[in-house]
Design a protein around this ligand. Structure first.
Ligand code: ADP
Ligand code: MG
Length: 704
C-alpha cells in the first residue's frame, strides 16, 4: 500500500482562506474584511494594506517568490503576469514587499486581449481589481510558487473586459431582486441571496506520446480525421467501470493538488465513452465555483503531463463517441441557509418555492435563446443534439411531482396535494427499505430540476462556466423584479402571488418537457411549440444583442449595450479563427502526412502486384489489384477535396464583415472540411495500419 493521504491535513494548505486570515490578521482588520466579503461593504485602503502584508508573509513562508493578479479575459482561459515581491535593492540587499495598492489594483496592458472593438473607442489601459470574495491561493509549478490573487479585469473607463466582472454584477442583481421578492413574501431576516454552483467536469485522458503524434489534437484539441474502431462504447462497459491503474494514479494526484488548493473535489468516475472521465467538486458560491472550475481544468492538464498523459477538454475530441460537457448545478440560497429551490415535503403548500419556480420557468422561456447562447462554442456545435447531449433547444424538466402540482394549479387554480415517493420494492427482503424520490432522474433535458437545484447540462467541457451563470442569474433576477413590481402594486398581496404562480405556470408551460430530449420527435414537437432551435454558435450569437437582451442587461446593470456588442463580435471572431485553424491544420495533415502515406501504400501494392505476377503468372493477384484500385481512387478523392478546401479557404480572405465571414465558415468551409475527412477516414479503414502516419482512435482510446 502506498502512504496514506491525510485529506483533512492537506486541504486548503495553499489557500489564504478564512482560518488563515483569522489567525494572521488583527481582529479589527479581519472584521473589516469579513464585512466586505459577506456584506459587500467598501474596502478601506488601510485594511487592504494590512491584508496585503499578511498575505505576503504567509505566501513567502510557503515558498512564494512572486504574486500575480489572476484573471479571466475573454479568450476563455486564465491570465497571469508574475511580479516578484522584491523591492529596489538597498546596500545590495532586497526585502520582500507587497503593498495594499498592489493587492487591490493591477495594470496589465489590455491591448493584447480580445476586446471586440472596445479598444478602438477606449484606451489600451486596463485594470485588474481584487475580488476578495474568492480566496487567494498558491500555485506551484516549475517556475516556483506564485501567489495568485483572483481579480476582475476592466478597461480605463470601467468597461468589463473579462468574464468575472459581469458574473459579479449578475450576483448583485439576483441578490437585490431576490431579496426584494422574499421581503414581499414576508421574509424579514435574510440579508443576502447568493447563487451556488457545482460544476461537474468531463474530460478524456490519452497517452501523451500518442497525443503528440496527432497534430490535429495538438493544434485544435479535436481529431480532424479518424473513425471508431471495431469496439466503441456500445457495450456500455466504461461508465462507472473500475478505474484503470494508470488513470487511478493520475486521479489521486489531481485530487491531492485540488484539495491543497481548497477545491472540494468530491466525485470521480469513468464516463460513457472509453477514456472519458468525470470529476465534480462540492458546490460553492458561484464566483468561487467559477474560479475553482478554471483551477480544475488547469490541474487536470498539468497533472496529466506529469503522468505521461494528455487531458483533452474539447467538447468533441473523437467522432462517433460521446463528447464532453459540464453540468452546471445551480441553486439560490439565503445567508441564513434557505435554499429557494428546496420544495420541502409538500411543494403544493410552499408558496415561496412555487413562485420562485414559476419565475424561473418564465425566465428560461423568455430568454431561451440567451441561455442557448451561454453554452455556445465551436466545440459544442459538434456535441449538442447528437444523441449524447441535450439538443440545441432549451426546455425544462420538472419531473412528475412538480408537474402534477403545476397542472393542478393551471386546471383548478389550486394545488391540494403533492405526489409522494413510495417505498422502493426490490423483491429482496434483506435489502434496506427506503423511500424512493418522488421523481425519477432524467438525463436528456438541458435544464433539469434535480431535487433542490437546476442542472444546466448544455455547457461545453472546455468553456468557463462564467457566461452560463451570468445569464442564468440575470434572467432570473429580471423575472424576480417583474414579479415584485406586480406584487408591490397589488392591494391583496396574497392574491397577487397566487395569480402570478398560476399565470406564469400556464403561460410558460410550453418550455416544460419531461420526455426524451434526444428523440427526433421532440425536435418536431418543439417546433410546434414555437421554441427556438439554434443549432450552431453562429445562429445563437445574435440573441446576445437583441433588443430584449440589451434592455434586460442594462436594466439590471450587468452589461451595457456596448459590452454586449463587443462580446458578440469577439464570439464571431473566435468562431472564424478557430475554424480557420482547423481547416489549415487539415490541409497540412492531408498534404504532409496522409497523401505521402497513401502514395507509399499504393506503391507497395503496385510493387507486390508486379512482383507476384512476374514470379508466378498464374497466382491470384485480385486482392492487391482491388486494394490498389480502391486506394488510388481514394487518394484522388483526397487530393480533389484538399484542393477544394484550399480554394474555399482562400475565398474567406476577401470577406470584410465578420458576421458574413462567420456564416461563410459555417456554410462553406465546414462542409468542405467534412468532404476531405470522409475519403481519409475510408482510406484509414482499408490501409495497412503500419503505414498510417499517426495513432488511430483505437490506439488512443483503448491503450492508455
Ligand atoms: P449527479 O447525479 O448529476 O452526478 P450530484 O448529486 O452528484 O449529481 O451533484 C452534482 C453536483 O451538484 C455536485 O457538484 C454537487 O455538489 C452539486 N450540488 C448538490 N446540491 C447542490 C445545490 N443545492 N446547489 C448547487 N449545486 C449542488
Ligand atoms: Mg449531473
Amino acid at each position: 500500500m502506498s502512504e496514506a493521504m491525510n485529506v483533512a491535513e492537506i486541504f486548503g494548505t495553499r489557500v489564504f482562506n478564512d482560518s488563515v486570515m483569522k489567525e494572521r490578521l488583527p481582529k479589527k482588520i479581519y472584521a473589516d474584511l469579513k464585512n466586505t466579503i459577506e456584506e459587500g461593504a467598501e474596502l478601506k485602503p488601510a485594511t487592504a494594506e494590512v491584508v496585503a502584508n499578511a498575505m505576503k508573509d504567509w505566501a513567502v513562508e510557503h515558498g512564494a517568490t512572486h504574486y500575480t493578479h489572476w484573471f479571466q479575459p475573454l479568450n476563455g482561459i486564465t491570465a497571469e503576469k508574475h511580479d516578484s515581491f522584491i523591492c529596489p535593492p538597498k546596500n545590495g540587499k532586497v526585502i520582500m514587499e507587497f503593498s495594499g495598492k498592489e493587492l487591490i489594483k493591477g495594470e496589465p496592458d489590455a491591448s493584447s486581449f480580445p476586446s471586440g472593438g472596445l479598444r478602438a473607442t477606449f484606451e489600451a489601459r486596463g485594470y485588474t481589481a481584487w475580488d476578495c470574495t474568492s480566496p487567494a491561493f498558491l500555485k506551484e509549478d516549475a517556475s516556483g510558487v506564485v501567489l495568485c490573487i483572483p481579480t476582475a479585469f476592466c478597461s480605463y473607463t470601467g468597461v468589463a473586459l473579462d468574464k468575472k466582472t459581469p458574473l459579479l454584477r449578475s450576483m448583485e442583481a439576483i441578490n437585490r431582486e431576490g431579496l426584494r421578492l422574499i421581503r414581499l413574501l414576508g421574509n424579514t431576516t435574510s440579508k443576502r441571496i447568493t447563487p451556488s454552483v457545482g460544476a461537474e467536469q468531463e474530460y478524456f485522458i490519452i497517452d501523451r506520446e500518442k497525443f503528440l503524434k496527432r497534430k490535429d489534437l495538438v493544434y485544435t484539441g479535436r481529431t480532424l480525421f479518424g473513425t471508431m474502431p471495431a469496439k466503441g462504447q456500445e457495450l456500455e462497459d466504461h461508465y462507472f467501470g473500475s478505474i484503470r491503474e494508470r488513470i487511478g494514479a493520475y486521479m489521486k494526484d489531481v485530487d491531492e493538488e485540488l484539495w491543497k488548493l481548497g477545491v472540494p473535489a468530491k466525485t470521480r468516475h469513468n464516463e460513457v465513452a472509453p477514456a472519458q472521465h468525470e470529476i465534480a467538486p462540492i458546490y460553492g458560491t458561484v464566483n468561487v465555483a467559477t474560479d475553482q472550475n478554471q483551477m480544475v481544468m488547469e490541474t487536470l492538464k498539468k497533472v496529466a503531463s506529469r503522468h505521461g498523459l494528455a487531458c483533452l477538454l474539447h467538447e468533441k475530441p473523437f467522432n462517433g463517441v460521446n463528447g464532453s460537457g459540464k453540468h452546471d448545478n445551480w441553486s439560490i440560497t439565503t445567508d441564513d441557509g434557505i435554499n429557494l429551490l428546496d420544495p420541502g415535503k409538500a411543494p403544493h403548500e410552499n408558496i415561496q418555492f412555487l413562485l420562485v419556480l414559476t419565475c424561473i420557468l418564465k425566465a428560461v422561456d423568455e430568454h431561451a435563446d440567451l441561455l442557448r447562447l451561454s453554452a455556445a462554442s465551436t466545440g459544442n456545435d459538434h456535441r449538442l443534439g447528437k444523441q449524447e447531449a441535450p439538443p440545441a433547444i432549451i426546455s425544462v424538466f420538472l419531473g412528475e411531482q412538480l408537474q402534477d402540482v403545476l397542472t393542478q394549479l393551471i386546471e383548478t387554480g389550486f394545488a391540494t396535494h403533492s405526489l409522494a415517493g413510495e417505498a422502493l420494492k426490490t423483491g429482496v427482503n434483506y435489502l434496506p427499505a427506503f423511500e424512493k424520490d418522488a421523481t425519477d432522474r432524467n438525463r436528456t433535458s438541458p435544464f433539469a430540476f434535480t431535487g433542490n437545484k437546476f442542472e444546466f447540462r448544455m455547457v461545453g467541457s472546455n468553456d468557463s462556466i462564467a457566461c452560463a451563470n451570468t445569464i442564468l442569474n440575470s434572467i432570473v433576477a429580471e423575472s424576480f423584479a417583474e414579479a415584485s413590481d406586480y406584487i408591490e402594486k397589488a392591494e391583496d398581496k396574497d392574491l397577487a402571488v397566487h395569480d402570478l404562480i398560476k399565470r406564469y405556470a400556464a403561460e410558460h408551460q410550453r418550455v416544460v418537457f419531461n420526455g426524451n430530449g434526444y428523440s427526433a420527435e421532440w425536435v418536431e414537437e418543439a417546433t410546434r411549440r414555437g421554441l427556438p432551435n439554434l443549432p450552431t454558435m453562429v445562429d445563437a450569437i445574435p440573441s446576445m444583442v437583441s433588443d430584449k437582451a440589451v434592455a434586460m442587461f442594462e436594466k439590471l446593470g450587468v452589461f451595457t449595450k456596448e459590452e454586449l456588442e463587443a462580446r458578440a463580435e469577439i464570439r464571431y471572431e473566435s468562431y472564424v479563427k478557430q475554424l480557420n485553424i482547423e481547416a489549415r491544420a487539415m490541409l497540412n495533415i492531408a498534404n504532409k502526412q496522409i497523401i505521402p502515406a497513401a502514395i507509399s501504400y499504393t506503391t507497395k501494392l503496385a510493387e507486390s502486384l508486379t512482383a507476384v505476377q512476374s514470379a508466378c503468372p498464374e497466382a491470384d493477384v485480385s486482392v492487391q489489384k482491388k486494394l490498389l484500385m480502391e486506394s488510388s481512387s481514394l487518394l484522388a478523392d483526397i487530393k480533389a477535396a484538399d484542393i477544394a478546401l484550399e480554394d474555399v479557404l482562400a475565398g474567406a480572405s476577401g470577406i470584410e464583415d465578420i458576421v458574413a465571414e462567420a456564416h461563410y465558415f459555417k456554410d462553406t468551409i465546414l462542409p468542405a472540411m467534412d468532404a476531405l475527412r470522409a475519403p481519409v477516414d475510408t482510406l484509414e479503414m482499408t490501409m495497412d495500419k503500419k503505414m498510417w502516419p499517426y495513432p488511430s482512435y483505437g490506439d488512443m482510446l483503448f491503450e492508455v
